[in-house]
Design a protein around this ligand. Structure first.
Ligand SMILES: Cc1cc2nc3c(=O)[nH]c(=O)nc-3n(C[C@H](O)[C@H](O)[C@H](O)COP(=O)(O)OP(=O)(O)OC[C@H]3O[C@@H](n4cnc5c(N)ncnc54)[C@H](O)[C@@H]3O)c2cc1C
Length: 385
């Protein structure tokens, strides 16, 4: 039987059930706003693939000063966010407040790390520069051939899969309804959102619609042109079993390549990532990527060759022209954007949930988010395809 023509309603429809959509829906429903989340395909979400680094400082680049402020604001909310979430869901999130250690393998890598350390110090976020011996004192499993390191105390990590499960549970307990399927288009009349139409023809009427479907934002009809593209990442999960696991998150420059190793609490998993590939929605795990990640990982932490290869996976970061998210309203009344979180969506979950729910409840966009509205791209012409 066709389901076309079947209609329901909610105060707010959230498109996408990843970390961003789920956290927004939880916050809204806490304020007694009736939310339906059209979840799409959770197994395809970047939220379940990510490494879980909460590392605004270690992850920053020379051109992302504005984004750094937003990332730091989100990290400053993390401890309270996680405490509230764990209480609301009765589930753990795997938050780890251990420092991040960046290391360099050869002379060129060391020069690169020095330049980065210098940049961080000038930006007011100095790390502690370490010799090879000092690096190994902090993380004894590192290869003795490591040349130098940079310890950043304020950068943390979490288990993004646990975090996401906890958010789904908390959202359900608060009353959020999941709708399985995909939004085909956002409906509107007279410049105002009226709801969404699903791929199976059903409709949901709503006064507000939140676009939170990550890398797929551009695939929905009825939206303004959103400069969001999928950036493929291949990543590996290792199971140390009875072997010792690192205790710190390690980011490494290794012969010009960059990798990271993110351990989970109790050493039950080490995540090794990741490639950054402009290949659209290519879903293949390639032999070359797995080889290079393992090769570079082993150079830095030889012990990984003893770990079990538990999982290889692919995810798509929602990339934007300036690597920062798109938050807030646009020309269509009632449409709210929360996409484009690129490589920081786990980190940016608390601040995004707060800012977007506050916007829907009060009509006000928090000043922390005003640099990240869609209209910033109108100035640079980035929205022109
Ligand atoms: C390899 C890799 C490593 C990463 N590491 C980190 C990290 O260490 N730290 C960090 O902060 N970030 C990291 N990220 C980035 C982070 O994963 C993303 O920014 C974040 O998960 C985006 O969350 P989201 O909810 O916006 O999108 P997603 O998690 O991708 O969820 C979007 C959901 O929307 C659904 N959907 C799509 N189309 C529709 C539709 N039409 N209707 C309804 N639903 C739809 C999809 O099926 C999907 O389930 C990493 C990403 C990758 C790929």
């Amino acid at each position: 039987m066709s389901s076309a023509g079947i209609s329901s309603s909610a105060d707010v429809v959230v498109i996408g059930g990843g970390l961003i959509g789920t956290s927004i829906s939880w916050r809204l429903q806490q304020a007694d706003i009736n939310v339906v989340v059209v979840v799409g395909e959770r197994s395809a979400a970047a939220s379940g693939v990510a490494a879980g680094m909460l590392a605004p400082i270690t992850e920053t680049t020379f051109t992302e000063q504005r984004l750094l402020q937003l990332n730091l604001a989100s990290l400053s909310r993390y401890a309270d966010f996680v405490a509230e979430l764990e209480l609301a869901s009765d589930l753990p999130t795997g938050l780890r407040r251990t420092p991040n250690l960046s290391v360099a393998y050869d002379a060129d890598d060391a020069a690169r790390l020095d330049t980065f350390a210098d940049f961080l110090a000038r930006a007011g976020h100095p790390g502690e520069q370490l010799t090879s011996t000092e690096c190994r004192r902090h993380e004894p499993l590192l290869a003795p051939t490591i040349r130098s390191g940079l310890l950043v105390a304020g950068d943390w990590s979490c288990d993004n899969r646990l975090l996401w499960q906890a958010l789904i549970e908390a959202a359900h307990r608060t009353g959020v309804q999941d709708r399985f399927g995909f939004v085909h288009r956002v409906t509107s009349a007279n410049g105002r959102v009226t709801g969404v139409e699903l791929a199976d023809g059903q409709t949901i009427n709503a006064g507000s619609v939140v676009v939170a479907n990550g890398a797929w934002a551009r695939q929905i009809g009825g939206l303004p042109d959103l400069p969001v593209r999928p950036v493929k990442g291949q990543i590996i999960r290792l199971d140390p079993g009875r072997m010792p696991a690192p205790s710190l998150t390690i980011r490494a420059y290794s012969r010009g390549s960059e990798i990271y190793l993110v351990p989970r609490e109790g050493g039950r998993e080490v995540v090794l990532g990741a490639t950054v590939e402009e290949l659209g929605f290519d879903h293949r795990v390639t032999a070359g990527a797995v080889y290079e990640l393992l090769r570079d990982g082993r150079t830095v932490l030889p012990m990984i060759t003893e770990y079990a290869l538990a999982e290889t996976s692919v995810g798509w970061r929602p990339g934007t022209p300036d690597n920062a998210p798109i938050l807030g309203r646009c020309d269509l009344d009632g449409l709210v954007l929360a996409t484009g979180h690129y490589r920081n969506g786990v980190l940016l979950t608390p601040v995004t949930a707060d800012v977007i729910s506050h916007l829907i409840i009060t009509g006000e966009l928090d000043s922390i988010a005003t640099p990240f509205t869609l209209d910033r791209f109108a100035l640079t012409g980035e929205r022109t395809r």
